[in-house]
Design a protein around this ligand. Structure first.
Ligand code: BDP
Length: 682
């Protein structure tokens, strides 16, 4: 009898697991292919001309999920050598042929086919050629060794350092597969604020297990390093890059890593930035530091990704400092060093002009770093689709050379045409739906797709993602792609319109705190430093009468940004301190425009809510409810932002909020009391 009961319980549990496994918890991301039944599979052939772990993955994926006839995967020896990830897909006599110069190209071709099938596209008359925009399409994880994630809003880290190397979570492979399906081929595993421990031999053994799990999906592993590791781990007296013992230590370390991870990618370095150690601790330059590491990695074809995110608490405008520090070093970096530059000159704000470093160092390889995790965009509570933000930077014209001088062009065709890269700070954690918000998955997806093809439109990527993740039903895609496309502008409106920036609450960066001040604290960490509101007006004067940051841009941009009349209004308060009564292009005063913008942001979020509510019968109940609940938070937050900013700025402008607009529902003194207890893991 006991047996029977136990058997019954087991059966019940198994059924439950099955049901839970099938539940729409978002864990399947955009990969909702349905498996081909064995009998159907036997009717078509998937043939491949080479065998290696990556090619085997391609074959396996097609075998499991492709239902439209035979496929031949063919290695093309004549494929251009420096575009190994490209492929051609052709339909020939009822068969589909994927040709590529490498097994990774075949894998990407296979995922392309599966995507077309999934979103319901025609797949029998294909002739497609694809070459990726960037060689290295990478995610940067800001994951700490204690399992927390800096600026992570989807739970703890996916990497279980305590369990590794013995236990291999099945999610390592699921993660790799999701990345490969959108073309991501490199990942930095750990936080740029790096613990030196990651380089200890026992950690390298753990990293090896992750690298082994990712390799069949064409993904290489990189590590963030701590510049003081030789002193801390190696017991050397210092970590001076010109000390031969230090250089030796790094060389030995690189050799030890490559011994267990032969395709290791290299090091990402945050040096002399926000308290991190670096070469300047010893009077050396960033180039000295980067080149010393480059020499250690070079024999193994490894790379150094050196971050340009540097600024000191000085009298100089923070927005100018990276340029001042790095431009004089142009041409001094080894050819396996890439300068990794945040999209804007401050710090992943809802909107920034592009970083003027792009194009200002013609003899140095440069790459863009975006933030996919929404540190400054409502964490995983707000629906903000980031493709338009990514595109805004990539498509920005820098005027720094005759051809290909957009940020995308410069980073794709730099001084070393065989080496181009792009990075996004991941928004992934151990949450069932990976990213905290179902729609945040779209930002992981969009980053990958744009890294693959920066020419894609935000709209087409949104539609593709919606079709794969929810349904190819146009009555769902049309309204949702529209709200996704507007969602970033909505966030700018309810947080920081017209070029305002960095008026977040201190440390956690979630809500508004334009009044924020910590007596004695670093000015460049205080909101007033950025908004400069006073009785006359608001905004940061970066023209010649102020910090003159405009001068870092190339003509005609510098003149355009410098003149109030020609400065794009979306950057107005970024570059100018503008009188409250300044008459804007629409004839209204600056103050009234601010009021309208904040209200528009609030209205836009309410519109998203209405659209979403109208789709209840087209979306599974679980995801419908999750998103609905998050939208409620977002709508409330938008009102909070509007009220906090307008009420606070009003203490300077002394002007009424136009009576045609919704009036604040909060009181400033109450808003000032809000202190969220959100942790910031450093
Ligand atoms: C800032 C984050 C901080 C990061 C830093 C960086 O607030 O947590 O360490 O960027 O990129 O935006 O290094």
């Amino acid at each position: 009898m006991g047996h029977v009961i136990r058997y019954g319980v087991c059966l019940l549990l198994a059924m439950l697991c099955y049901l839970v496994g099938q539940a729409e918890d978002g864990s399947r991301l955009w990969l909702r292919y349905t498996k081909v039944a064995d009998r159907e599979a036997a009717l078509r052939k998937i043939h491949c001309s080479l065998r290696d772990p990556v090619a085997n993955t391609a074959v396996q994926e097609l075998q499991h999920y492709w239902r439209k006839g035979d496929v031949a995967l063919v290695l093309d020896k004549k494929w251009p050598k420096y575009q190994p990830d490209g492929y051609r897909i052709r339909s020939v006599a009822g068969k589909t042929i994927i040709r590529a110069g490498s097994s990774t190209g075949l894998l990407y071709g296979a995922y392309h086919l599966l995507r077309l099938q999934q979103i319901g596209n025609e797949v029998t008359q294909l002739d497609i050629v694809e070459t990726p925009s960037y060689h290295l399409r990478m995610l940067n994880h800001w994951d700490n060794l204690d399992g927390t994630v800096e600026r992570g809003y989807a739970g703890y880290s996916l990497w279980k350092w305590d369990e590794l190397p013995a236990i291999k979570s099945p999610r390592y492979v699921e993660y790799a597969r999701a990345n490969a399906s959108i073309g991501i081929n490199a990942v930095v595993l750990n936080n740029v604020n790096a613990s030196p421990l990651i380089l200890r031999q026992d950690y390298i053994e753990k990293v090896k297990v992750l690298a082994d799990s990712f390799r069949p999906y064409g993904i290489r592993v990189f590590l963030s390093i701590n510049f003081s590791a030789p002193a801390i781990l190696g017991n050397l007296p210092d970590s001076d890059p010109l000390n031969p013992a230090v250089a030796r230590w790094w060389k030995d370390k690189a050799d030890a890593i490559y011994k267990v991870i032969p395709d290791f990618g290299g090091f990402l370095v945050k040096a002399n930035s926000e308290g991190q150690p670096g070469p300047q601790d010893y009077g050396r330059t960033h180039a000295d530091g980067a080149n010393m590491l480059a020499a250690a990695l070079k024999p193994h074809k490894g790379l150094v990704l050196w971050r340009a995110f540097v600024y000191n608490p000085s009298a100089e405008d923070r927005a100018k400092q990276a340029y001042q520090e790095f431009v004089p070093l142009d041409g001094k970096f080894e050819d396996n060093v890439i300068l990794q530059i945040k999209n804007g000159p401050i710090d992943f704000q809802p909107r920034e002009p592009f970083n003027p470093l792009f194009g200002a160092m013609p003899n140095t390889s440069q790459m863009v770093e975006f933030q996919i995790t929404q540190e400054y965009l409502g964490f995983s509570n707000h629906l903000v689709y980031l493709a338009p933000l990514f595109k805004e930077t990539l498509d920005a014209e820098t005027y720094t050379r005759k051809e290909a001088s957009t940020v995308a062009g410069l980073t794709q065709k730099g001084p070393n045409p065989r080496l181009s890269a792009i990075a996004g700070v991941a928004n992934i954690g151990e949450d069932r739906n990976w990213c905290g918000h179902h729609f945040a998955q779209a930002n992981w997806y969009a980053f990958g797709r744009l890294a693959w093809n920066s020419g894609l439109s935000s709209d087409s990527v949104a539609r593709e993602w919606l079709a794969s993740t929810f349904s190819p039903d146009m009555t769902l895609i049309a309204p949702l792609s529209k709200v996704m496309l507007e969602s970033r502008e909505a966030a700018v409106n309810y947080m920081m319109p017209l070029g305002l920036h960095h008026i977040f609450a201190f440390e956690h960066h979630y809500g508004p705190e334009p009044w924020g001040d910590i007596p004695g604290g670093r000015p460049d960490w205080m909101p007033w430093y950025y908004h400069n509101a006073d009785s006359l007006g608001i905004g940061f004067d970066r023209t010649a009468s102020g910090s003159n940051a405009v001068a870092q841009y190339h003509s005609p941009l510098k003149e355009q940004f410098a003149a109030l009349s020609s400065c794009p209004e979306k950057y107005l308060l970024w570059f100018h301190h503008v009188p409250w009564n300044y008459s804007m292009k629409n004839g209204r005063s600056l103050w009234d425009n601010l009021c309208y913008a904040y209200q528009e942001g609030v209205d836009q979020v309410r519109y998203v809510q209405r659209v979403w509510d109208g789709l209840e019968h087209k979306v599974d109940a679980e995801r419908f409810k999750d998103v609905q609940a998050k939208l409620k938070i977002q709508a409330k937050d938008a009102v909070w932002w509007r009220d906090a900013c307008l009420l606070y700025f009003q203490t300077y402008s002394k002007r009424p909020i136009p009576p045609t607009l919704e009036q604040p529902v909060h009181r400033l003194d109450e808003l000032k009391k809000i202190k969220l207890n959100l942790k910031h893991h450093n």
